[in-house]
Write a protein that binds this ligand. Structure first.
Ligand code: PLP
Length: 447
């Protein structure tokens, strides 16, 4: 086996060659019998191992916001890895980590002043939950140990994340979860909100369910609430008008921290740097990952309000304030990728580009509404969820058929259940939008 990755990527793989890899969130046997292999990416496109061009409708996995093959990032990464491949993050530092934190907090709402680096969205979620618990203890409210998530939420796959998360398939096989977790109701309601344009009008009252949980447990036992401003992995569930504001107010009333999981909404997806700014609601912590390095290297972060960081900065100066971190926290090569990425976003105006394209995107998506298979279309910024009527007795089969047919016709989409989710690179042009929804229209007629 050659160690040159480019040469290796072009060698055909036999079924046997594929056996050793246990693929994540994948039907392994089905995939290995009928693989979909990508070997190259540039701009809005991937290429398969056979050389077919694939329009990327999902920015890889909601992460390649600046488009593929950005040489600014690959050069920064190559230079950094040659100069210094690794530096320990505990009781040691390197300049890029500080510089990236400075650039990152500039994108966050005012008052969110400190960043803690991790390697993924899942780690960022667990880090934020731990910071919430430790913060409540530090400020003398150590009985606040309960964590509140939301039905249909996705917060990665750590034990913290699956506990506060609310997608049944991600929870049901594992039995053990964090104790003391409750869930707000999800805000999904087809009969009230199907084919809404902009944010759905119905559902803000569901934020008041937090008061019910407070009445049950008492606020003195609740540490934090975590929600995705727009739920992505469950199939694009938009916040009803006023919902996030009401949740913020309820958290404030009860001294509960509000965490926004912006792993997919961060870095321009909604038309603002973060959904917090887009929806005018400032949480106490923002969890982010994916777009932070344009997907080029694994990295995530938790951004916290000044008051949270300050609460920890007490006691003897020689004392470690938070016993938490990862070997690869603020990895120098990931920091180089992050700095190059944030620079591209700023230079090309990508963090607000979704706003410019949102109405074109929405119109193009809503044109699918007349297809018999389609029971809802919901969009925001450069996100779309297209919900299909499930085939009788075969949940998910219709959307999966659409996914494979789209791929056969040169386009990558993503499915969850019977929902097709789209989240293209933010460099997308109107002609790509036409192509994306044009192909989808033809495909949806066949499933
Ligand atoms: C909202 C949200 N949180 C957390 C995660 C987990 O991120 P990762 O897969 O990097 O662990 C994801 C991944 O899609 C996500 O969408």
């Amino acid at each position: 086996m050659s160690v040159n990755p480019i040469a290796a990527a072009h060698l055909p793989l036999s079924r046997e060659d594929m056996e050793a890899l246990w693929m994540p969130f994948t039907a392994n046997r089905q995939f290995k019998n009928n693989p979909r292999l990508l070997t190259k990416s540039r701009g809005m496109h991937y290429w398969t191992q056979e050389g077919r061009e694939i329009l990327d409708g999902v920015a890889g996995l909601w992460c390649v916001n600046a488009g593929h093959g950005r040489t600014e990032i690959s050069q920064a990464v190559a230079e950094q890895i040659a100069e210094m491949d690794y530096a320990p993050p505990f009781q040691m530092g390197h300049p890029l980590a500080f510089r990236l934190a400075n650039e990152l907090i500039k994108l966050a709402p005012a008052g969110m002043t400190h960043a803690f680096f991790v390697n993924s969205g899942s780690e960022a979620v667990d880090t934020a939950l731990k910071i919430a618990l430790a913060y409540q203890r530090i400020r003398g409210e150590g009985t606040r140990t309960r964590l509140i998530g939301r039905e249909r939420g996705y917060h990665g796959v750590g034990f913290g994340g699956i506990s506060v998360g609310g997608m049944v398939n991600n929870r049901k096989a594992f039995g053990v979860q964090l104790p003391g977790v409750d869930h707000l109701p999800h805000t999904f309601n087809l009969s009230e909100n199907a084919f809404s344009r902009g944010l759905p009008k119905w559902g803000a009252h569901l934020a008041d369910e937090l008061d019910r949980l407070v009445a049950l447990h008492d606020a003195s036992n609740i540490a934090a609430v975590i929600v995705e401003p727009i739920a992505g992995s469950t199939g694009v569930v938009l916040p009803p008008v006023g919902y996030l504001q009401r949740l913020r107010e309820a958290c404030d009333r009860h001294g509960i921290l509000l965490i926004f999981d912006e792993v997919i909404t961060g870095f321009g997806r909604t038309g603002s740097p973060f959904a917090a700014q887009e929806f005018g609601v400032v949480p106490d912590m923002i969890v982010c990952a994916k777009g932070l390095t344009n997907g080029a290297l694994p990295m995530g972060a938790v951004i916290v309000k000044q008051g949270i960081y300050d609460a920890f900065m007490h006691g003897p100066e020689a004392a470690i304030e938070l016993f938490h971190g990862y070997t690869y926290s603020a990895h120098p090569v990931a920091c180089a990728a992050g700095l190059a990425t944030l620079d591209i976003y700023a230079r090309e105006g990508l963090l607000t580009r979704a706003k410019e394209l949102a109405s074109y995107w929405e119109d193009a998506a809503q044109q699918l509404a007349d297809l018999p298979a389609v029971i809802d279309v919901r969009t925001y910024g450069l996100i779309a969820g297209i919900e299909l009527a499930p085939l009788a007795g075969k949940p998910g089969a219709r959307a999966f058929a659409a996914f494979t047919e789209c791929f056969a016709r040169g386009q990558l989409v993503r499915t969850t259940g019977d929902i097709i989710a789209l989240s293209p690179p933010l460099i997308i042009e109107k002609s790509h939008i036409d192509q994306l929804f044009g192909t989808l229209r033809e495909v949806l007629k066949t499933v």
